[in-house]
Structures are given as C-alpha cells and as structure tokens.
Design a protein around this ligand. Structure first.
Ligand SMILES: Cc1cc2nc3c(=O)[nH]c(=O)nc-3n(C[C@H](O)[C@H](O)[C@H](O)COP(=O)(O)OP(=O)(O)OC[C@H]3O[C@@H](n4cnc5c(N)ncnc54)[C@H](O)[C@@H]3O)c2cc1C
Length: 409
C-alpha cells in the first residue's frame, strides 16, 4: 500500500463529480483534488446516450465535460478506471483500486446510480440491454442496426427516448409499460396522452397497462410475453426499468442511508460523517424546498449539487434550494422541459394547444403551483419557476393560469 495525502478526493466520475472538481478549481481550492471514477472515460454527460450519441449524431468526445488535458492543466488529478474500494470516515482515508491509500480533509461521494435489473425468466438471454453508460449505447446501436423488431420495457424517459431514437433510425419498436400512457407517471395524464399520440404517430406500437412476464428464446431473445399473455416478437429488448442509487461504498463506510435508498444528507448535502458530502443521483437530502427528504435523478440537479458541495468545501455552506429541472428529447420530434417539486397535484391546468404540440401543463396542489411541463413554451416555464419557488398563493386564479398573462401573477 502506498500512502499519500489529497485535500479533496471526489469519488465517482459522473456529472456531480465533474461539476464539483470544476467549481473547486474555479474557487481556488488549494489542497489538491483527485477525481476517481470507475469508468474508462473522463466524466461525460449521460443524456446523449439515449439521444444524439445513440443516434450516431454525436461522437464520444463531444459527450465529455472536458478532455483529460483540461483536468491536467488545472492540476485536477483525473483517475479513470479507478474505484474507491473503501472509505474510512474516522481515519479519513480512501483506499483506491490502485492500492493507494489517500488521506483527506474533505471528500465528495458521488457514486450515482445503477440500472434496476428485472429478475424474470429469460433475463439471461442474449440481446437484452440496459442503458446507463456510453458502452451500453454502443451495444444497443450495434444490435439495433441488425434487428427487425425491438421491444422496449418501461414507460419512462429512457424507454421513450430510446424508442424514438431507434424508430428514427428506421427500426420497428414496441413499448410495453405498466402505465396507461408513456411518461404519465412523472408528467401526468395530459402529457402522457400527448407523448403516446406522438410516439404512435411515428410508428411506435404501445402496449400500455401491461407488465413484463417473461422473455423467451433459445440463446438470444425471440419473444416478450406480457402479464396479460400477449406475445411480442423481438430480436432485441431494451429495459428502461429505472435506476437504483449506488450506495455500496457509502453503506460499507457506515454512512447513514435514507428511506429512498440514497445516502442521507443534511440540507447542505453533508452526509452523517463530518466533512464528507454527497451529490447527484445517490444523494438523499433534507430539502427546504420540498419540506422533507428527497432524492432526484436529473442531470442539472447532479451538476448543481456538485457545485454546491464545492462551495461548502470552500467555506460557503447553505441549504441546497435549487428548483429541480429536467428535460427529455424524443428524437427531433419534440423536447419537453419540466420544473417542479414532486407532489401529487390536485389539478392540471393546460395552457396553449396540446393538439398543436405547443402547450404547458401546470400542476396545482393546495392552491400553489408545484410543477410545470412545457413543450415549445419556454416562457411559461420561466414564470412557473418563479411561482413555484415563491410558493405564490394562486387560489381562485385558475383562469389566469390557464389563459392569462403569467407575468402578472
Ligand atoms: C441514458 C440516460 C439519459 C439521461 N437523460 C437525461 C435527460 O435527458 N435529462 C436529465 O435531466 N437527466 C437525464 N439522465 C439522468 C442524468 O444523466 C443523471 O441524473 C446524472 O448522470 C447523475 O449524475 P451522478 O454524477 O449523480 O451519477 P453518475 O452519472 O451515475 O456517475 C456516477 C459515477 O460513479 C462511478 N462510481 C460508482 N462507484 C464508484 C466507486 N466506488 N469508485 C469510483 N467510481 C465509482 C460510476 O461508475 C459512475 O461513473 C439520463 C441518464 C441516462 C442513463
């Protein structure tokens, strides 16, 4: 074992880690930064893996936050293909897969999430894919170019985006989902009906309100059988069945875990161990905005939390209170943007025209705006951000929300 000292090791080579390293550098952190990530590439953006990268329209380098030379120039020690095997919160050491032991002052744990694998009969067959990393996208694209029939399991954004991308590449796609409509679980029934109609209009077959029962085939997958007994021919299957926070390292280190499966953090994202912070998909923090613990799997949130942790390490600690933002692209057919706090809405209020594909859905609970989804109406989103963040009382003003000037509210 080789011992050495680093001011701030950053564990995980994803969005949160990259944002933290960059913000530490910009803030003049003096103690030395080590960015250790398990994957072979420098930190990269995952969203293109289901969109332009999968479509073959964006190359690998264009997905990187920065190339290796960028980190070297800023004296950020980049260690790809390097796992942090052990974190000792008392001795304040991190043990790397390179057999080095790193003593530290402060640390960020940003180990992200892993795909949620379904254990069904036939799950081991060839031609069944999950998508988290660029390498997975390479494998999906290679198989898809040979496949005639592709089945996607799930009704959330990964399955929808991959179905759209592969359909645009000329493949025949069928989606199987528990939901009544794609994306409805997060965005509500009006948006779900819109996305369902959009996918169908481009030739995607939708099997809604039905689950995956088993996968059949000899060596490779040939058939998807649903819970209702429907049989769908398939040359390949892409599972869009969600993600699970990766808390292996954190659990072994004795960090407190939360009810949502993440690492329990204070309002300013510190874990139960002093001077060790968390950010991104695995961070379950006490949100002043939501009024309780939340864990959010959005790209912009991971970046913003990474930067917030850097600020805390540099001495500016404040509750993390950015309003969550998310976007999804279904090929070049449509981009939808969403802001909000996840709370069961009482009412959906629609602005614009769903039929024309230019609309916003405002979600209202207890007289306040709690979320907004927008397709082609960015100005609505900007006003929604303000109204949600200020928790403006909008009781009795539903007409103005539907058709009035949001700026006036
Ligand atoms: C295909 C895809 C498309 C997406 N599209 C969108 C989108 O359109 N809009 C949106 O808002 N969000 C999108 N997301 C979600 C967004 O990309 C994630 O929320 C974000 O990447 C989370 O960043 P993170 O840094 O928390 O984790 P990750 O990006 O998962 O990075 C964590 C890294 O840590 C590494 N690691 C784990 N344990 C260790 C260890 N012990 N030692 C070293 N390294 C370790 C992992 O290998 C991984 O590389 C998408 C996600 C995927 C997978």
């Amino acid at each position: 074992m080789a011992y050495r000292s680093v001011g701030a090791p950053i564990v995980g080579g994803g969005a949160a880690a990259a944002a933290c390293a960059e913000a530490l550098h910009e803030g003049g952190f003096g103690g030395g930064v080590l960015l250790a990530g398990r994957e072979p590439d420098p930190p990269y953006e995952r969203p293109p893996a289901s969109k332009a990268y999968l479509a073959g329209k964006q190359d690998r380098d264009a997905c990187l936050f920065h190339d290796a030379a960028w980190y070297a120039k800023r004296s950020i020690e980049l260690a790809p293909r390097t796992s942090v095997m052990r974190l000792d919160t008392s001795a304040r050491t991190a043990t790397l897969s390179t057999k080095e032991v790193v003593e530290f002052g402060v640390a960020l744990v940003a180990t992200g999430a892993n795909v949620r694998r379904l254990r069904v009969d036939g799950a081991q067959l060839q031609g069944i894919h999950y998508l988290r990393a660029l390498g997975n996208a390479d494998a999906i694209r290679a198989d898809a170019l040979e496949a005639d029939r592709i089945v996607l399991v799930g009704g959330s954004y990964i399955a929808c985006e991959v179905a759209a991308t592969l359909t645009a590449l000329g493949r025949r796609c069928t989606m199987v989902m528990l939901e009544d409509a794609p994306l409805s679980a997060h965005f509500g029934p009006t948006a779900g009906a819109f996305f369902g109609a959009l996918l169908r209009s481009h030739g995607v077959e939708l099997v809604c309100g039905d689950g995956l029962e088993r996968l059949e085939g000899d060596e490779g997958v040939e058939r998807v059988v649903t819970a209702s007994g429907r049989e769908l021919e398939a040359d390949m299957v892409v599972m869009g069945t969600g993600a699970m926070p990766d808390v292996m390292l954190a659990r072994a280190a004795g960090l407190e875990l939360g009810e949502r499966g993440g690492v329990a953090c204070s309002a300013d994202l510190e874990t139960s161990a002093r001077g060790i912070w968390a950010a991104g998909d695995m961070c379950e923090y006490d949100s002043v905005l939501h009024g309780g613990r939340v864990r959010i799997e959005h790209f912009e949130v991971a970046c913003a939390q990474g930067a917030a942790v850097a600020a805390a390490m540099l001495g500016t600690r404040r509750p993390y209170s950015e309003l969550p933002y998310f976007w999804t692209d279904l090929s070049d057919w449509c981009t939808a943007e969403w802001v909000g706090i996840t709370e069961a809405p009482e009412r959906e209020i629609v602005r614009g025209s769903v039929e024309d594909g230019s609309f916003s859905v405002l979600h209202v609970a207890r007289g306040r705006l709690v979320a907004a989804l927008s397709v082609g109406r960015g100005e609505d989103l900007a006003h929604a951000r303000r109204l949600i963040a200020a928790a403006t009382d909008l009781s009795g003003r539903e007409d103005a929300l539907a058709a009035g000037d949001l700026e006036a509210l």
